[in-house]
Design a protein around this ligand. Structure first.
Ligand code: NAD
Length: 434
């Protein structure tokens, strides 16, 4: 199959590289010339473990290339994937479809033979129909189909998620489109990963429902964590006790500083907005959004309380700023709420993150960046663990405490425990739900 991938962000680049590894001929397109130049040099504009090696392998095999020329990439393609951003539209919570629609129009102008135009971006129900209408308007009578193929990969584990998915969801309206999509995903089908064919609307809804459900699960355990703190229960054990129940499962059941990232915040908002627009309010999801905001704010109170009621003039070492480990993605990370609040309250904030500094440097302007946890903690009044990178999971707590002015730790990922922290010399330790 000949595939054009429009957008080389976290989803487009991973999908393009993985499709080429399946054996397809893939051309990845981006309108950002800086990204294309980097990719042509064999460099990766994002941090995603394993992507560099897989990309190099497929470029060398002659199956994968990059261009800024959408027209050339679409020429003769069996399928064109739209993998551009769908951020929250300013002001109203709707998904901003400007990039999707612009791409659809460009694709329409460039098609040379029957093409399946596949939306991989997360888009509200009805968008694929709208994409169909745009293309029909630009190219009346031209043979094409649209397909909805939402992506479920997780940043940080994206290649494995793409290559070994729990399921692939494909919304189609014609037998021909179904055949093309089946051919594209055949290597997965042969390895017995389930492919679920639906109509367009159902495929679009599955993605939002799945993300909102996961965001709800996280928020649920965060609320339980708060109650645990009041009644003297340990949320880590509660999670374990719940998660061992197969009907519940242990994933997305870890209490922490609130969900963030490039998907959950914007997708829950877009789903809530969709519900309002169709007079079918998503009341649970609306509450989840509100509670998650409160969770993030509560983390600020926790840190301030730990610092005897004020962080003014205190030095705080923040370990981790990305929304989760193994990515450089800072979009809607809890750090973007917590760190500015600490700075605003007069704290001197130092930060360490294995991959987050490049983005973080301009998103968190008053922060002093250091390269390791011990350096950041030296002379500090408080250490805050915000992201559970591996390098923060096995810290020498004694060494850390010894270098601090006032050894205090806010462990917002529940990596350590109060007993060990105290034994290592921490005068105060707080975590979430314990
Ligand atoms: P991103 O912002 O990282 O990448 C989007 C890319 O598209 C950018 O490089 C941009 O320059 C490019 N682009 C925009 N318009 C273009 C055009 N007309 N022609 C060529 N290139 C164009 O976004 P992302 O994180 O990869 O997300 C893409 C979509 O996938 C979103 O809808 C998102 O919700 C969804 N999604 C993301 C994830 C994730 O973990 N990031 C997971 C599943 C689904």
């Amino acid at each position: 199959m000949k595939i054009a991938m429009i957008g080389t962000g976290y989803v487009g680049l991973v999908s393009g590289v993985c499709f080429s590894d399946f054996g397809h001929e893939v051309i990845c397109v981006d309108k950002d010339p800086r990204k294309i130049e980097m990719l042509e040099r064999g460099e990766i504009p994002i941090y995603e473990p394993g992507l560099d090696t897989l990309l190099a392998k497929n470029v060398a095999a002659g199956r994968l290339s990059f261009t800024g020329d959408l027209k050339a990439a679409v020429n003769g393609a069996d399928a064109v994937f739209i993998a551009v951003g769908t951020p929250t539209r300013r002001g109203d919570g709707h998904a901003d479809l400007t990039y999707v629609m612009a791409a659809a129009e460009e694709i329409a102008e460039a098609m040379t033979a029957y093409t399946v135009v596949v939306t991989k971006s997360t888009v509200p129900v009805g968008t694929n129909k709208a994409v169909h209408d745009v293309i029909s308007r630009v190219r009346p009578g031209f043979a094409f189909d649209v397909a909805s193929n939402p992506e479920f990969l997780r940043e940080g584990a994206a290649i494995d998620d793409f290559m070994r998915p729990d399921r692939v969801v494909v919304g189609v309206t014609s037998e021909q489109a179904r055949r093309v999509m089946g051919e594209i995903y055949r290597p997965l089908f042969l390895r017995e990963f389930p492919i679920l064919y639906t109509d367009l609307e159902t495929a679009e809804m599955i993605k939002y429902a799945a993300n909102a459900f996961l965001a709800t699960k996280i928020t649920f355990i965060n609320e339980i964590a708060r109650l645990c703190e009041k009644v003297g229960a340990d949320v880590k054990q509660v999670s374990r006790g719940m998660g061992l129940d197969n009907r519940i499962g242990n994933k997305f059941l870890h209490a922490g500083p609130g969900y963030g990232g490039s998907c959950f915040p914007k997708d829950t908002q877009a789903l809530a907005r969709m519900g309002q627009d169709h007079a079918a309010p998503m009341q649970i999801v609306e509450t989840v959004i509100k509670v998650n905001d409160e969770v993030k704010r509560r983390m600020i109170e926790k840190i301030v309380d730990l610092c005897d009621g004020s962080v003014n003039g205190k030095t705080i070492a923040v370990l981790g700023v990305t929304f989760k480990p193994n990515t450089d993605d800072m979009r809607d990370a809890p750090s973007l709420t917590i760190v500015p609040a600490l700075v605003g309250a007069g704290a001197n904030v130092r930060a360490v993150d294995p991959q987050g500094e490049r983005e973080g440097a301009h998103l968190l302007p008053h922060v002093h960046w250091l390269s390791d946890a011990y350096g950041a903690a030296t002379g500090a009044d408080c250490v805050v663990i915000l992201t559970e990178w591996n390098e923060f999971r096995a810290l020498d707590l004694q060494k850390l405490a010894a270098s601090m002015v006032e050894p205090r730790m806010a462990d917002l990922r529940n990596i350590y425990n109060a007993q060990d922290a105290k034994a290592a010399g921490f005068a105060a330790y707080t975590s979430v739900g314990r």
